[in-house]
Design a protein around this ligand. Sequence first.
Ligand code: SF4
Ligand code: SF4
Ligand code: SF4
Length: 272
Amino acid sequence: MRKYFAPVFMFAVFEAVAVTLWLTKDNIFYLFNFSYIGSAISLGTFLFIRKYKHARRIVQLLVGLYMLIYLGLICNENMQIEGFWYYLFTGVFEAATIHYAVAKIFGPLLFGRGWCGYACWTAMILDFLPYKVPSAPLKKIGWIRYITFAISLVFVAALFLSRVGNIERIMFWAFIGGNAAYYIAGIALAYAFKDNRAFCKYICPITVFLKPMSYFSLLRIKCDKDKCVSCGKCKKVCPMDVDITDNSRKRENGTECILCMECVRNCPKDAL
Ligand code: SF4
Ligand code: SF4
Ligand code: SF4
């Protein structure tokens, strides 16, 4: 039964968040929301342990579609980074601020960039594209993420400073426009660089939070040096160019790891 510790642990963490927010915010939506996400992630972890090939993709679709369609389009919550700035400026600890705190700012201290591997609705589509493993090493253009990060912040700050009316409606349309722009840019870059995750590596503004926080992640893949035969298979299948055989936190591209487990699944010696 010990091998099922991970799904039980993940479910317990999300349930703790669900119940805490439900009681402190007096809003049953949080119980439903975090219980659903926790169940989807636990199911995926369980299926992975049972060696089901598409375990990660199932979680990605269950969580990604829920957030994009139900929270975004039906409930009109802008869960993009603009929504985070919006709620931050209004001083409200709701929706996008909670989402960012849990999934993208403090959560990565615990589960690294699990968000990017299992829940992001942008990557959910990008992962259907044909370039699952990059054919060239990482380019040194990651600075673009700081520009997109700044644009999102300036955009929302300008809305507040100019005191435009009906800002909530603008945020809804910003969610639609922002997502469309992400998908167009993400698909174009994937084909241009022959790398499904090029958008994640160079453009995505959320990595400004995710990368430094995931550096300290409690959950991380480690290599058993006694078992490893240095065959290089793990590097060949990695979508993010991580050198997972190096156990130090400074491993090459370590903060790019999305915990997709492709390296673990493909290691011929079960060294990871
Ligand atoms: S880097 Fe950005 S786009 Fe890519 S999976 Fe993470 S949050 Fe989504
Ligand atoms: S695939 Fe396994 S054995 Fe091969 S280099 Fe990676 S960790 Fe070592
Ligand atoms: S190091 Fe392994 S888990 Fe991390 S992104 Fe690469 S293949 Fe996925």
